[in-house]
Design a protein around this ligand. Structure first.
Ligand code: NIG
Ligand code: FE
Length: 415
């Protein structure tokens, strides 16, 4: 009889997401969902030892046995796009939004991202750590066990470094796996508003030090009207690649500028948002294997009534991932389950596509496809027990937290 540390048994539906192949799940394959009914999972030394039908694990004894009550069990969710570290908040912008003031106009007048930049510059390191931990713990309570975190509320050397150091520090305080992205090119700071080229040069000058100190794995840019043009973004991302980074783009979020085409041209790992992506842009994403990270919470929260064309992307063979875009302005939520509901209602994604998008594909979107997003022998035991009878139930019953227990590397981190 083999001995495990932990045995999850009486699992009604187990989403292993173990599709037997490497790489993100593309296009119509997203409709396939690896599910085992009446399943069990054994864990040893923080890793999955065996997965299968309950009777297939009858030869395994365990120090601790967890009765899953016939409910749904899945891998820990993977959140591939957040702006985790920031000072202050922007609740006063809600009234402006209700009056119909556009997001980009608020930014142009020194509000929006720039108001968070002022707050982040003023907030001491330890307070940023505390605040980041607060939001991160909430994400974990919603079932997220691996996430990405961007900088981008500093827009100067000191504060961008401070944000990335906060992420590095937070990694020591949590069992959440965090992947860091440098988003220095998130807006043009007020002090350089007439000289964006000089600002971008300053950000480019930071790249070797960020690389050397391993402060970020990805470089991202906000390619948007009034922020950075397609040509500025292209030149910037080429420099980032030369400095050894993989790149991401906030692309076609508000205006359709050709951000999707740019993501394909520069070989970005992901194009994010893509609300205004053109037919050609979507075709190019499929051709180059760029993962589309869709953020339906942002479309919902910006009240534009326009949504990313997920159906067209999937039909075209693109791999789609989903994210909260958690940030203090355009999407103020840590609840990825709510995003799953919005993806169903507004992006018309099926439950099967949605589960692929918040596990396997979101893991590949942050280069963690080998370690996160699946329950399979040898992988870290990142496991969520849901208070739900089946996988359809999570997008269906919206706005609440269905998580019963979260395990990270075999340790219970939320109940
Ligand atoms: O992904 N669009 C740029 N960045 C964020 C919003 C940041 C903010 O408003 O503070 C986004 O939507
Ligand atoms: Fe974002």
């Amino acid at each position: 009889m083999a001995q495990a540390d932990l045995l999850f048994y009486n699992i009604g539906q187990l989403l292993t997401m173990d599709n037997g192949s490497d790489g993100p799940v593309k296009g119509n394959d997203m409709q396939k969902l690896p599910v085992i009914e009446n399943a069990a999972v054994a864990v040893k030394d923080g890793k999955v030892l065996k997965v299968g039908k309950q009777e297939e694990l009858a030869d395994i004894d365990a120090d601790e046995k967890i009765d899953c009550g016939g409910k749904l069990v899945s891998p820990g969710l993977v959140e591939p796009h957040t702006h985790l570290v920031f000072g202050g908040s922007r609740e006063h912008e809600m009234a402006l939004k209700q009056q119909g003031v556009p997001y980009l106009e608020i930014l142009e007048k020194g509000g929006g991202i720039l108001s968070t930049v002022r707050a982040t510059r003023e907030t001491p390191f330890k307070d940023l750590v505390e605040k980041a931990m607060f939001h991160l713990d909430r994400m974990m309570s919603y079932g997220i066990t691996t996430m990405e975190a961007k900088s981008g509320y500093g827009l100067d050397y000191d504060t961008e470094m401070k944000q990335m150091q906060v992420v590095k520090h937070v990694k020591n305080l949590t069992s959440m796996d965090i992947v860091s992205t440098f988003l220095g090119a998130h807006a043009i700071p007020e002090e350089l508003k007439d000289n964006p080229e000089r600002f971008l040069d300053e950000m480019i000058d930071m790249l070797p030090e960020i690389k050397e100190k391993e402060l970020a794995e990805f470089v991202d840019i906000f390619c948007e009207t009034g922020v950075f043009s397609v040509e500025q973004s292209r030149a910037y991302l080429e420099k980032a690649k030369e400095a050894g980074f993989q790149v991401k783009i906030h692309a076609d979020e508000i205006d359709p500028l050709g951000g999707a085409e740019l993501a394909a041209d520069v070989g970005a790992i992901t194009g994010d948002h893509l609300v205004g992506a053109s037919d050609k842009g979507i075709r190019r994403l499929a051709e180059e294997g760029v993962i589309a990270v869709l953020l339906p919470g942002t479309s919902f929260y910006l009240c534009k009534g326009k949504h990313a064309r997920a159906r067209k992307m999937i039909e075209s063979g693109v791999a789609v991932a989903l994210s909260t875009d958690f940030n203090p302005g355009s999407s103020v939520t840590e609840n990825l389950q709510m995003i799953m509901s919005l993806a169903a209602l507004n992006l018309k994604m099926t439950p099967e596509e949605i589960w692929n998008a918040v596990t396997v594909n979101s893991a590949y979107a942050i280069n963690r496809g080998d370690s996160a997003g699946k329950i399979a022998a040898g992988r870290k035991a990142d496991i969520v027990i849901w208070d739900a009878p089946n996988y359809l139930y999570i997008p269906y019953h919206y706005g609440v937290n269905h998580v019963q227990k979260v395990f990270k590397a075999g340790e219970k981190v939320y109940e």
